[in-house]
Design a protein. Structure first.
Lengths: 100, 467
């Protein structure tokens, strides 16, 4: 266990710090922005697409499972990223017009 | 590799700044665009610059770009076409896609471990694969149910002892995972797929019984789940941007979930156990309400509103389903032209998601300053002549204050009864989303105006015009 922590200390530091950053940056969000914020955060976790690109990109030509599932993963990952950002932008576009 | 590292650092910073800017009205839109730009840099950087431990570059470019092209076209179309009222289920659907992506990554990586063993398998590595699988799958299955429910395709479903079954499934999943991590071999690889199946079932039964007002909380929670699942991917590939983005969303999503629970004055545990969904409780609470309701005609309603000094409109989900936000704005303008002060009182959990009503009303050009948050609205009700409730129910239910047996007891509500007159527009006397009766409708100050919100508002506007 201790060895594992030592070997992965960089990652563990990132995890701990990001938990605090995540809580801190949205701490004072007004309730009117809850839905766009949830939607924006939803788009950001679409970063998982990078994992699917790596899976797809390393898949050997004879490894059909990796090819098919990887391809599917790239599609749904892109859906998450693109759909998420576009929906958020659509919501926020309406807000900005009003706040002037 | 160096340039890729730089790409990832830039992307991580844009995620943090983007989230920060998203939480202020003035900067929100740019924040979203900034995060999107960072994401683009990270994706392109990965495709062209990524090298594995042996220095091999990625291949299968055709597949990668094909997948991205399909996902982009479908995602953009879906996001552009969706109606503003269907926004919550859209977010849920996209969230589910992210969860599915994380789960698929875990499945492929596990298959690699079994069929192409390279060197010693680390227990930590396997544990992370399993964690990504379970969280991603639960998030996917749960989001699909949440989407189906909000879209009206799936009904609430529960059976006696369901919570115990849920907990049992969870325990079995954890036990199997621990067993597999300790005793991993190609022979018992099937356990992985048993865990996968259990995770699907758990995701379904986890969300199925949770009904009503809790759906936004569930979506927000599943959103943070997917964040954690993405971070598991970051762990697997030692990829800092996945780790940063995932944990960031995991933490922010959890806080957002808690903020929503707080708005309803309930604990997260209470939501998760799903005590709200049971219809038995709602029936019991409903039996107590007695008395008769008073109806008001369109012309009378138009009359009292036209001659009022101040009218406050309380929008709810009924307004959203009827697509009545434009009709509502029309009525507002007509009343203002007659010298009536019109404002909107927005309960933090009105509609299906916090902020849902703000988004809808903003769409139909309602001025930002006219939207009152709950505290402001409650201060203004005593000086208000008419409160017009449009398809809202639970957020104005006095049982939240007076009836300790009510499932929504303790939730802060809009004190509409402080106003002189209350007009409630509803389609029928059916209880609201939380499945409980509302005493307010039987009070002497209240009159009911039945009908579809959009039609009623258009008719009201016509009546006001003729006065």
């Amino acid at each position: 266990m201790l060895e594992w922590i030592t070997a992965n200390q960089q990652i563990i530091y990132i995890v701990i710090l990001m938990i605090f950053v995540g809580i801190e940056v949205i701490g004072h969000v007004p309730s009117v922005l809850h839905t766009p914020l949830m939607s924006g955060a939803n788009a950001i976790h679409g970063v998982v697409i990078i994992g699917s690109i790596i899976v797809m990109g390393k898949a050997q030509p004879d490894n059909y499972l990796a090819l098919i599932l990887g391809f599917l993963a790239v599609i749904v990952g892109t859906l998450n990223v693109v759909g998420g950002f576009v929906v958020t932008d659509r919501m926020l576009k309406m807000f900005r017009k009003k706040s002037k | 590799m160096d340039i890729l590292t730089l790409c990832y650092i830039i992307a991580s910073v844009t995620f943090i700044l983007g989230l920060k800017m998203l939480s202020h009205p003035a900067t929100a839109r740019n924040g979203n665009l900034l995060a999107a730009a960072g994401m683009t840099i990270a994706i392109l950087g990965t495709i062209f610059l990524y090298q594995d431990g042996q220095g091999n570059k990625l291949h299968n470019y055709l597949w990668i770009f094909g997948g991205i092209a399909i996902g982009s076209v479908v995602g953009t179309m879906a996001a552009k076409k969706v109606k503003m009222t269907a926004m919550p289920q859209m977010v849920s659907l996209f969230n589910g896609m992210g969860g599915l992506c994380a789960a698929l990554i875990s499945i492929v990586e596990f298959d690699e471990l079994v069929n192409h063993p390279g060197g010693e398998i680390q227990a930590g590595f396997l544990a992370i694969i399993l964690l990504g699988l379970v969280i991603g799958t639960v998030s996917f299955a749960g989001s699909m149910v949440a989407w189906g429910k909000l879209d009206g395709r799936v009904k609430d479903f529960s059976f006696p002892g369901q919570h115990i079954v849920n907990i049992l499934i969870l325990l079995v999943m954890v036990a199997l995972s621990i067993y597999l991590v300790i005793n991993f071999s190609a022979a018992n690889a099937y356990i992985f797929y048993v865990i996968l199946a259990l995770a699907v079932i758990y995701g379904l039964v986890f969300v199925f019984p949770i009904g009503g007002a809790d759906m936004p909380v569930v979506i927000s929670l599943l959103n943070s789940f997917t964040g954690v699942a993405a971070a598991c991917g970051g762990f697997l590939y030692d990829n800092k941007v996945m780790l940063t983005g995932g944990i960031l969303v995991g933490a922010a999503g959890t806080l957002l979930t808690l903020l929503m629970c707080k708005a309803m004055n309930r604990s997260l545990l209470n939501v998760l156990i799903g005590s709200f969904g049971g219809s038995a409780k709602g029936g019991a609470a409903g039996a107590k309400v007695q008395g008769s309701v008073k109806e008001i005609s369109l012309s009378d309603a138009a009359f009292v509103m036209s001659y009022a000094h101040k009218v406050i409109i309380v929008p709810g989900y009924g307004l959203a389903v009827a697509q009545a936000q434009h009709a509502c704005h029309e009525l507002e303008k007509l009343l203002e032209s007659k010298g009536v002060e019109v404002k909107y009182a927005i309960h933090p959990v009105a509609g299906r998601m916090p902020g849902h009503m703000n988004v809808l009303l903003a769409e139909s050009d309602v001025a930002y300053e006219k939207l009152l948050e709950m505290e402001q609205a409650n201060e203004e009700f005593p000086t208000t002549d008419v409160v017009l409730i449009l398809g809202a129910n639970d957020v104005v239910n006095p049982a939240a204050k007076t009836d300790p047996a009510s499932p929504i007891y303790g939730m802060p509500i809009l004190d509409v009864e402080l106003a002189k007159t209350v007009i409630v527009n509803k389609r029928s006397m059916k209880p609201g989303y939380a499945g409980i009766e509302n005493d307010l409708f039987f009070r002497p100050k209240t009159s009911m105006l039945f009908g579809d919100a959009k039609k009623v508002l258009q008719d009201l506007a016509a009546e006001v015009k003729n006065l």
